[in-house]
Design a protein around this ligand. Structure first.
Ligand SMILES: Cc1cc2nc3c(=O)[nH]c(=O)nc-3n(C[C@H](O)[C@H](O)[C@H](O)COP(=O)(O)OP(=O)(O)OC[C@H]3O[C@@H](n4cnc5c(N)ncnc54)[C@H](O)[C@@H]3O)c2cc1C
Length: 120
């Protein structure tokens, strides 16, 4: 990159795509003061997320207690690690399942997304 390079936009976070994962990252970064740019290759935003039924499995989420279901990041990781063929001792697994709860409850608290509890 030369010293003379000029950019159309300069951002803290460039988010490629506009599905649920991308938008969650974009909103979270923007809330924390980051300058965010979302780019989308199709002529509509939302991706597969917008076409799907919108059902999410979120381990140990904040709505489960209200309907009497017990869960934990450790139990969720035990459930997940078989199908994803992860190393049983992978420390990132439990921390990811722990982070999932906050990702959903933050969005719900901000009032952007309503999450009704459902059991399937
Ligand atoms: C009809 C339907 C039903 C479904 N049912 C279920 C279900 O019951 N349970 C379940 O778990 N999942 C289901 N899914 C799958 C689920 O919706 C997806 O796994 C999920 O939405 C993926 O989300 P995402 O955030 O990864 O990205 P997506 O929502 O797939 O978004 C990706 C976005 O990135 C954009 N993009 C890709 N490449 C680029 C690029 N190079 N530059 C710019 N933009 C780019 C795409 O155009 C798209 O908008 C279903 C999907 C569909 C379509």
């Amino acid at each position: 990159m030369s010293a003379n390079t000029s950019w159309d936009e300069t951002v803290d976070l460039l988010v490629v795509g506009s599905g649920a994962g991308a938008m969650t990252a974009a909103i979270t970064a923007a809330e924390r003061g980051g300058k965010v740019l979302v780019i989308e290759k199709s002529d509509r935003y939302g991706g597969n997320s917008a076409m799907s039924g919108g059902g999410l499995w979120v381990p140990n989420n904040h709505l489960m207690e209200g309907v009497g279901i017990k869960d934990s990041p450790e139990d969720a990781w035990t459930y997940l690690k078989g199908p994803v063929d992860a190393a049983p001792e992978d420390p990132a697994g439990v921390s990811r399942t722990r982070a999932a709860r906050g990702q959903v409850s933050d969005r719900a608290r901000a009032g952007e997304v309503r999450f009704p509890a459902g059991v399937c």
